[in-house]
Design a protein around this ligand. Structure first.
Ligand code: ADP
Ligand code: MG
Length: 444
């Protein structure tokens, strides 16, 4: 598969099926005319080309950069016409005005504040107002879709408006850039690039796990910037000490400044978020519906937003009003569909990874405390997140019969009642499992 096709495949995962079918399906990568820094795509007509350019060009450039380490100029051409130069100029102008990959809608004012995220929000605000001072580095951690990238980019947007030079990179981009520069023997340029910024934002640092050379390079970049008083902000899905395969010297540096975690939103925060997202997307929902959604949907805010957009699209497609019944139906299909996509294998893998035990231990009869706990959690999640029956789950875990599962379920429900931390952990695990579907599960 060439890079353009890969990018389109990735884009497919990030947008809704209907958007994909309508706009992106007919988009073709022109590998002959493209260069490493100019990615040319063609589509059928000028209207789609314009639409794709405004809606997706940035995203395509971003995905392309993730793949190649180079941010290209993206050109959406129309088959058989000579729009290339015109489009090229428009895009050039647009791209000059924004040199980083920050999403302009991730600001402090679009972020809904609640108990679960107030620490991270307040510290981020303080960092934006006073970078390189009290909280350096700022390390934000928490589960999937809880607002880490949003807050990190809110800091970036705030500083960019004041004229600071910002680098926002996912760890993946940092890694790709690193490998490309190593390959071409241009590490001096790599170092210049990272060490000449006022604010370095590294998103999803957990993927640095066990990548020794990248850790080494990041260590030096970190030290250099830190000693110059430049602010560093890092996000991760877990606390530094929980990132397996992270060198101690990096762990300790990540703890120098401020560790701020984001928890899954409590009900009130979820309600406030749903209201805000509905408003931003021009969707009218009455309170009854908002409450229903808040109790039914999980804590991944990206998914909550996706669901809202889907409900809205369905309502206009079917020309039906968004009533409680309509939403119930829509959600039910959606929840069932989600369930069918999750297997116990995935659950076991993720629980094992997060709790640092082996998947085979979870399926074994070992009685070590850590393993028993992990097994119980896996059973609980298997029961809640997959359509498997208790007997089926019993077979999977090599247990006698369904009563053993039912017993394990009772036990863990009891523990969850009294253990807030476990509740949060389970919420985070569910989130992760629902995000990493079986199809795109990657061994790390
Ligand atoms: P993470 O990086 O933690 O996985 P993101 O920052 O990408 O999550 O957030 C996922 C989506 O949810 C984004 O669209 C973001 O704007 C939204 N979001 C998350 N938390 C909030 C919040 N407190 N208020 C408003 N939107 C939020
Ligand atoms: Mg993120």
């Amino acid at each position: 598969m060439d890079i353009g096709q890969k990018v389109l495949e990735k884009l497919k995962d990030e947008i809704s099926q209907s958007e994909y079918n309508r706009y992106i399906k007919n988009l073709k990568y022109d590998s002959k005319s493209s260069r490493s820094d100019i990615a040319i795509f063609t589509t059928n007509n000028i209207l789609s080309a314009k639409w794709i350019k405004t809606r997706y060009a940035k995203k395509i450039a971003h995905l392309y950069e993730v793949e190649s380490g180079i941010k290209p100029e993206v050109i959406i051409d129309v088959k058989g016409t000579q729009n290339r130069n015109k489009l090229k100029n428009i895009i050039k102008k647009e791209q000059k005005s924004e040199s980083t990959l920050l999403n302009p809608s991730f600001t402090f004012s679009s972020f809904v504040l609640g108990d679960s995220n107030s620490l991270a929000y307040n510290v981020s605000k303080a960092v934006a107002e006073n970078p390189g001072k009290q909280y350096n580095p700022l390390f934000i951690y928490g589960g999937v879709g809880l607002g880490k990238t949003h807050l990190m980019q809110a800091i970036g947007n705030y500083r960019a408006n004041l004229g600071d030079r910002i680098i926002y990179n996912t760890l993946e981009q940092f890694l790709n850039r690193y490998t490309n520069h190593i390959r071409t023997g241009t590490m001096d340029r790599f170092r210049d690039y990272y060490r000449n910024c006022d604010l370095l934002l590294i998103d999803d640092i957990q993927f640095i796990s066990r990548k020794e050379q990248t850790q080494e390079e990041f260590f030096h970049t970190f030290n250099e910037l830190h000693s110059l008083g430049k602010q560093i902000v890092i996000t991760s899905d877990k606390a530094p000490k929980k990132i397996a395969g992270l060198e101690d010297r990096l762990k300790s540096r990540f703890e120098w400044g401020m560790l701020a975690n984001i928890n899954p939103p409590e009900l009130e925060t979820k309600i406030a978020i749903i209201k805000k997202k509905a408003e931003l997307n021009g969707i009218r929902l009455d309170d009854e519906i908002v409450n229903f959604l808040a109790t039914k949907l999980g804590s991944n805010i990206r998914e909550i937003e996706g669901t809202l957009i889907k409900i809205n699209a369905m309502s206009s497609l079917l020309r039906q009003k968004i009533t409680l019944d309509f939403v119930k139906n829509a959600i039910e299909d959606y929840l069932n569909e989600k369930k069918e996509n999750i297997t116990i294998d995935t659950i076991v893998k993720i629980v094992a990874q997060e709790l640092n035990v082996k998947p085979s231990d979870i399926k074994s009869k070992k009685r070590a405390k850590k393993i028993v706990e992990a097994r119980r959690i896996a059973i609980y999640l298997a029961r809640n997140l997959t359509p498997n029956s208790m007997p089926q789950i019993a077979v999977y875990f090599g247990m006698k019969d369904h009563s053993a599962i039912s017993h394990a379920m009772k036990k863990i429900e009891e523990i969850i009642e009294n253990d807030e931390n476990l509740k949060v952990l389970i919420d985070e695990l569910s989130n992760k499992i629902e995000t990493i579907k079986n199809t795109d599960w990657k061994d790390n």
